[in-house]
Design a protein around this ligand. Sequence first.
Ligand code: AMP
Ligand code: FES
Ligand code: ZN
Ligand code: ZN
Length: 312
Amino acid sequence: MKCRICGAPAFVKLAAHNTTFCAEHFDAFFLRQVRRTIERFGMLEPDRPVVVAVSGGKDSLAVTHALSRLGYPVEALHIDLGIATGGFSAASLEITEKFCRQNGIVLHLYSLEEEFGRGVEALERGRRPFRSRSICSLCGMTKRHIMNEVALARGAAAVATGHNLDDMATALLANVLRWDGFYLAKTLPVLASEHGFARKVKPLALLSEEEILAYCRLHGIARVEGRCPFARDAKFLRYKALLNDIEQHSPGTKRAFYEGYLGYASLFRDHRQGRSGAPRPCGVCGLPTSSEVCTFCRLWRGAAPAAKPEEG
Ligand code: AMP
Ligand code: FES
Ligand code: ZN
Ligand code: ZN
């Protein structure tokens, strides 16, 4: 196998693009894709920091690495979730710290245990509100809240996450199967800053897991091997496997599926507001919420909505 561009021995074969690249041309391809995605969706501003949420996994390390090489003022944010089982949080923190040190990237650390005296794992054992919600869903809400808070405090142009094409296509499939207008309006690579939310961007939204793994291999980016002990939604994993199966038989389907949606996404714009109306500031932290006190403050700060004055 030879590089399509220079004829040197191939480093990677990309079935979805029906092409092969040597290491140097794959690297250029990858950075070009990231830059094009950023420009196409107006994600970032050259002179304002971008807060990248870094979990220690391959996607968030790769996006941090690529954005920094493209010259954006990158600041990493790692949230120590306090998941002791399998040493998950300790390993994630160690990898993230090492990566940032090696690449000269500023790192902001947010530890739930330091802030609130307990982490995500303790939610499983202790008494907590929202018992009907899974740990994963509460953890996701917690991460989004902290990312928003830090991005706003830093005056960042946006908060970036490592979500890739596989994540976007899988989420899209789940949303299409339910024709969920609210989420179909939001399965986008960029969500504008509005109602007190920082802009959210996904610069790897058009790069596949396979391409990201190759980028990490090329640059010797070590990532957390362990998985979170709270298994992800089984349905999500099933949809992801299904798409991979289709992709294997028809390379390029994932990208075409997601690109197709991007062409029609404006049709769902009116559903963006959702069911609970425009957000208002949380009575405790001031960040946007659809109720009096946001879910984060109720969960972590034990804050309760003020009692309603008695009628009559
Ligand atoms: P996940 O929901 O675990 O698939 O993660 C999606 C994205 O959220 C990752 O690519 C990261 O950008 C970000 N993220 C996940 N976990 C953390 C964490 N503990 N600290 C900071 N960012 C995170
Ligand atoms: Fe949050 Fe798994 S990473 S529950
Ligand atoms: Zn080449
Ligand atoms: Zn709040």
